[in-house]
Design a protein around this ligand. Structure first.
Ligand code: HEM
Length: 462
């Protein structure tokens, strides 16, 4: 590093840390917001003599780490090595260096805009099936857990997108529950300490890996012409070398897409419904947009640009409750952020949750206001004030798919029902690997305002 001032970033006092502990334990994202308010946009934490952590909550710092000087910041961290990599192997989310460059080149085209078109009917068909199930809840006025419903819906959609059908749904569900059950302990110990949770976690992980293997083998032995991602990845060839990926690599990529694809989207949808239930005026506006554009039919790909408010609702939900609420990196060499010295080896915590509520960049940050995402308002903010999908070269490869999925699901359901969270139902932040409502979300359904007769029919393909 040239010309470093060597200035150390502000560090919290021990007493403040102790005061923060209960919040840090119970609702860590709120503790990170409080820490930023007290100490500023960069905070240094020395853990013993050897481990230095910097938490950053400022667009230009985040830009430097994720984009401008991204080569200096790798993903390698305790969690990566012992948790994510343990399950996902060397898939796109966890790999680094040459392997990552090659795989990104192979995988990115599978998510191209044009390839999303046939996925629209997968999303709307599954959402229609969900609405049929919900009919009973509606008629009986029966409360149910919306978080579980969003998990099942997005898991089925993801299964169809990846494998042509929800063939490994049960295995994924069991694995998800075991990861989720032990995640707090495993997370805090970096997966290093033996425990019943870790044993269960490992057991389910093995079953999941074996299942994905058997799906790949079956497809190799009995090829199909399905346009799912398994086929697309199996036949993907590097435009530079003409080479494809090994079957081991394909397995890791599929495991990655299984989890990266639905764990995140289902949480974002659950939070979207929560926010709409708390802001009935915004729900009414959404319902008006849907009545005007769709008049009771299912959305198509061609409708998406006309469903601007639905998309802004999704983006605003991702601001207030980013599923990836923090993100980690490690500095390979010394660097400087905002005049503060970042020593080589330092861990960087990107505080997305705090960034998305930073009052310097978001007026009245706690307020749900989808119009923050009108183009002129987006243009008035620094790009990295909002990064629910990360940024720079490692920007989420599925971001267009995720936003499209959210827009379609919100638009299909909100034409029929208004979701109402049970009065007094506790909603607290539970950060597992992604951010979820701790007790789920118990809701009842009401008919959406001015809901026209819903006429399920196949969407027009474009
Ligand atoms: C609302 C939904 C989603 C959110 C909030 C989200 C968030 C993110 C974030 C923050 C990253 C960057 C991680 C980092 O740099 O450390 C990421 C990467 C990634 N996401 Fe997503 N994601 C979502 C949906 C999806 C979907 C639908 C897929 C695919 C089916 C997907 C696949 C991936 C992959 C493969 C990466 C690794 C990219 C790379 O490093 O090259 N994600 N996602």
């Amino acid at each position: 590093m040239q010309g470093s001032t060597g200035k150390r970033a502000p560090a919290p006092k021990i007493l403040d840390l102790i005061r923060l502990l209960p919040t840090l334990w119970r609702q860590p994202p709120l503790a990170l917001v409080a820490a930023r308010e007290k100490y500023g946009d960069i905070i240094r934490l020395d853990v013993g003599n050897r481990l230095v952590v910097h938490m950053i909550t400022r667009p230009d710092y985040i830009k430097q780490v994720l984009q401008d000087n991204h080569r200096n910041y790798v993903k390698m961290s305790l969690y990566h090595n012992h948790l994510f990599k343990d399950v996902l192997g060397n898939g796109l989310l966890t790999s680094e260096g040459e392997l990552w460059v090659r795989q990104r080149r192979l995988i990115q085209p599978v998510f191209r805009h044009q390839r999303l078109v046939p996925l629209v009917s997968v999303v709307t068909e599954e959402t229609e099936a969900l609405l049929e199930r919900w009919e009973g809840y509606y008629r009986r006025g029966e409360p149910f857990d919306l978080a579980e419903e969003m998990i099942e819906l997005t898991r089925k959609i993801n299964g169809r997108i990846l494998f042509g059908d929800d063939i490994i749904g049960d295995v994924v569900d069991r694995a998800r529950r075991s990861f989720s059950k032990g995640s707090r302990f495993i997370f805090l110990t970096g997966g290093l300490i033996p425990s019943p949770q870790r044993r269960l976690f490992r057991q389910q992980k093995q079953i999941l890996i074996r299942t994905v293997w058997s799906v790949i083998r079956e497809r190799v032995e009995n090829p199909t012409d399905s346009d799912d991602m398994l086929n697309a990845l199996l036949h993907a060839r590097d435009r530079k070398t003409g080479e494809g990926m090994s079957l081991e690599q394909l397995r890791d990529e599929l495991l990655t897409l299984v989890f990266a694809g639905f764990e995140t989207t289902e949480k974002a949808l659950t939070w979207s419904w929560y926010l709409l239930s708390q802001n009935p005026g915004h729900f009414d506006r959404l319902a008006r947009e849907l009545a005007g554009v769709l008049a009771g039919r299912l959305p198509t790909f061609a409708d998406l640009p006309n469903l601007g408010f639905a998309r802004r609702v999704a983006r605003e939900a991702l601001r207030l409750y980013p599923p990836a609420w923090v993100m980690g990196r490690r500095a390979l060499e010394d660097d400087e952020l905002g005049g503060y010295h970042i020593p080589r080896g330092s861990f960087i915590v990107i505080n997305h949750f705090g960034m998305h509520r930073h009052p310097e960049y978001w007026r009245d940050p706690e307020r749900f206001d989808p119009d923050r995402f009108l183009p002129e308002r987006v243009a008035s903010r620094p790009r990295f004030a909002y990064s629910p999908f990360g940024g720079g070269p490692r920007l989420c490869v599925g971001n267009d798919l995720a936003l499209m999925e959210m827009q379609l699901i919100l638009s299909t359901i909100a034409q029929k029902y208004r979701v109402c969270v049970l009065p007094g139902f506790p909603v607290e932040l539970e950060p597992e690997i992604t951010l979820k409502p701790r007790y789920g979300l118990r809701v009842t359904l009401e008919a959406a305002p001015r809901a026209p007769e819903f006429t399920p029919r196949r969407p027009l393909e474009v």
